[in-house]
Design a protein around this ligand. Structure first.
Ligand code: MN
Length: 230
């Protein structure tokens, strides 16, 4: 085979304990904590819905490091959304919630960065959200912790601070659709593949960041994710 130009480098995320996780796709769940759904104008009790980001939106941040993202173009309202990220190690379609844990390779702390002004405008017009969600560097992520090391994460504090001040705070037990239910719903619509990442939704308290801000996310059992905006 003769490629007409060099293919892009594989997108990978470092794993706690060694190795790199090759990223296939990034799925994201909307409005998956009741209080956040309400702050976004919903009822808090809706069926799950999904959107995607390109794999190369990932910004991997090594343990103890501070990642850097550039303030994106076209927005004046860049929001942080702290999220539990599920890393799929075994693919499949039609996976039942009861069997879903066997498909999980590990978990990470992630940020679903959002151009909220553009997302809101698209919502208003009934158009796709891509410009608000699926831009470069919109998916910072910390090291992936193997489920073999941390066990199944069913509860635990999730939070993010900006410049040390509390912003979002929640608990994984308050997910409207649990990780296992999310895998069931997702795999009914798409065939999951090893390397897929699922951003599982964000708790209440989303807000804006500006250049110079430093976000620090944390999930009990996974550690922290520190990202500066330049
Ligand atoms: Mn989100």
């Amino acid at each position: 085979m003769s490629l007409v130009f060099a293919p892009p480098a594989a997108v990978t995320v470092p794993c706690a304990g060694g190795g790199e996780f090759p990223v296939h796709r990034i799925y994201c769940v909307g409005r998956n904590y009741a209080e956040h759904a309400i702050e976004m104008g919903g009822s808090g009790r809706e069926p799950p819905f999904f959107f995607m980001k390109p794999a190369d939106a990932v910004v991997p941040v090594a343990e103890g490091a501070t990642g850097v993202i550039d303030y994106p173009t076209l927005t004046s309202n860049l929001h942080h959304e702290i999220e539990l990220v599920v890393a799929i190690g075994r693919g499949g379609s039609g996976i039942r919630a009861a069997d879903a844990a066997a498909h999980i390779w590990g978990y990470a702390v992630g940020l679903d960065m959002t151009r909220r002004d553009l997302q809101n405008e698209m919502k208003k017009q009934g158009r796709p959200w891509s410009i608000g969600k699926a831009f470069e560097q919109s998916a910072p992520i910390g090291p992936i912790v193997p489920i073999a090391r941390c066990g199944e994460l069913l509860h635990g504090a999730i939070s993010v601070t900006v410049n040390g001040a509390a912003r979002q705070k929640g608990d994984l037990k308050d997910l409207v659709w649990s990780v296992n239910e999310t895998i069931e719903q997702l795999s009914a619509a798409w065939t999951l593949q090893p390397g897929d990442l699922i951003y599982t939704g964000t708790p209440a308290g989303v807000g804006a960041v500006v250049r110079g801000d430093v976000m620090e996310g944390a999930i009990e059992g996974l550690g922290t994710l520190k990202v500066a905006v330049r």
